[in-house]
Design a protein around this ligand. Structure first.
Ligand code: A3D
Length: 321
């Protein structure tokens, strides 16, 4: 339908299928599910199309194994690759997912160079960087989803601890999407009240807050350990959809995401988790907040870890060096 937006989902696995369902329900546009597995995206597209009469949405959903079908996409969300199994770190996925990003980046470059591209594939901060390199798109049009999810995990745990509605929690996470991520308590609020202040009022001690921060950092691994066959997909999908809606609706939302940072936070040319403004221009700005010495030091550990992964990528693919 030419009058509608077009959303292309590269990777039609657990997150890809959930993304398609959410995008259709929200009538964000027509949806193309791409995967290398033959039949699977077509099958999921049929199944999802048949939700339409029950849920009452107007969206065409098609499955494909041909990159030509993503032509003209307004938004592309990339989940192609492999997820973690118990005992694996995100970094263990580097080699295999780097070659996937090469194929995906070239597909996007050829068929949909004007899209806003949201990468979810892990290890996130390295994969979004590689996808930008391989696709050749401008850095403001390629972004990684991690911070919205990590801060949603943080917010969930805070709401449980303070026995309040998740709607009143605004939780803040910086840095890479890994165990070195930096949940920032001082910028996290509950109905505008900084969490450390509310903790004093409610008698929640610092040790308990540290436990919540730690659980947030390891939030993905906790779910991998329980699922055993893969990683989280509902909350990752809904987080990426929020970013896509911010772009399509020119919402100017400030969302934590893996954005290309140059000359802020002491970072020079890296993708790292920062608060970024998402509107019709893609990533329109990166907001640099003031950090305590400890937070800044933690962020440095996190960005150093990202940099190490990029070096590993360059070692694996000489075209990146
Ligand atoms: P899964 O259900 O395995 O889906 C991945 C899909 O990618 C499969 O259907 C594969 O067939 C497909 N695929 C593999 N290679 C290619 C290729 N070259 N081109 C196109 N498709 C391909 O995994 P999932 O959906 O659960 O997770 C997808 C990715 O997201 C993994 O790398 C996860 O680690 C990552 N992930 C990231 C977050 C973040 O917060 C950043 C959270 C959860 C998962």
């Amino acid at each position: 339908n030419a009058g509608r937006k077009k959303i292309a989902l590269i990777g039609a696995g657990m997150i890809g299928g959930t993304l398609a369902h959410l995008a259709a329900k929200k009538e964000m546009g027509d949806i193309v599910l791409f995967d290398i597995a033959e039949g699977m995206p077509q099958g999921k597209a049929l199944d999802l199309s048949q939700c339409g009469p029950v849920e009452g949405f107007d969206a065409s959903i098609t499955g494909t194994n041909d990159y030509a079908d993503i032509a003209g996409a307004d938004v592309i969300i990339v989940t192609a690759g492999v997820p973690r199994k118990p005992g694996m770190s995100r970094d263990d996925l580097l080699g295999i997912n780097l070659s996937v990003m090469k194929a995906v980046g070239e597909g996007i470059k050829t068929h949909a160079p004007d899209a806003f591209v949201i990468c979810i594939t892990n290890p996130l901060d390295a994969m979004v960087w590689a996808l930008r390199e391989f696709s050749g798109l401008p850095a403001n049009k390629v972004v990684g989803m991690a911070g919205v999810l990590d801060s949603a995990r943080f917010a969930t745990f805070l709401a449980w601890e303070f026995d309040c509605s998740v709607r009143d929690v605004n939780a803040f996470v910086l840095g890479g999407h890994g165990d070195t991520m930096v949940p920032v308590l001082s910028y996290s609020t509950i109905s505008g009240i900084p969490v450390p202040d509310l903790a004093k009022i409610k008698g929640v001690d610092a040790g308990r807050l540290d436990e919540i921060v730690d659980r947030t950092r390891k939030g993905g691994g906790e779910i991998v350990g329980l699922l055993k066959t893969g990683s989280a997909y509902y909350a990752p999908a809904t987080s990426a959809i929020a970013m896509a809606e911010a772009y399509l609706g020119d919402q100017k939302r400030i969302l934590p995401c893996a954005a290309y940072v140059e000359g802020k936070y002491g970072v020079d040319g890296l993708y790292v988790g920062v608060p970024a403004v998402i509107g019709a221009g893609g990533i329109e700005d990166v907001v640099e907040i003031e950090l305590s010495d400890e937070e800044a030091a933690n962020l440095k550990v996190s960005t150093d870890a990202v940099e190490e992964l990029l070096e590993a990528c360059k070692g694996l693919d000489s075209s990146l060096a």
